[in-house]
Write a protein that binds this ligand. Structure first.
Ligand code: SF4
Length: 120
């Protein structure tokens, strides 16, 4: 039986997921190593529909640094990653910024926000 090991990126705990092919389940896969149910969904999606939590930087005016590190609050489908990164490159925010402030709400209508990864 094939097994694939992936790190769950849904939360900072970062469980090591072991994903097995299993034709007798509806998804065709079984996930082990997850500490919660979100890991199962993430693990199966990584195999069937790869996606990523994205990190990047946007231009910051009037802040303590020139570029503000940002990250998405959820996974971005792989086919949308380039589009999201292009948006990061065009966005400017004005400080002061608190960690967790929303920088882009509902990016590309994906139901995922882009937030500040640090104070600046
Ligand atoms: S499986 Fe659950 S607890 Fe583990 S990293 Fe994923 S979301 Fe976090």
């Amino acid at each position: 039986m094939n097994k694939i090991i992936k790190k769950c990126k849904v939360c900072p705990i970062g469980c090591e997921l072991i994903i097995f092919e299993n034709k007798s389940t509806p998804s065709g896969y079984t996930v082990e190593g997850n500490s919660c149910g979100k890991g199962i969904e993430f693990g199966i999606k990584e195999i069937t529909e790869p996606s990523r939590i994205l990190t990047g930087r946007v231009l910051l005016r009037n802040g303590t640094i020139k570029h503000l590190p940002v990250k998405t609050t959820g996974v971005i489908p792989k086919d949308k990653v380039d589009e999201v990164m292009k948006i990061f490159n065009t966005v400017e925010v004005t400080g002061p910024i608190k960690r967790g402030d929303i920088v882009i709400k509902n990016i590309l209508g994906l139901g995922v926000d882009v937030i500040a990864a640090r104070k600046a």
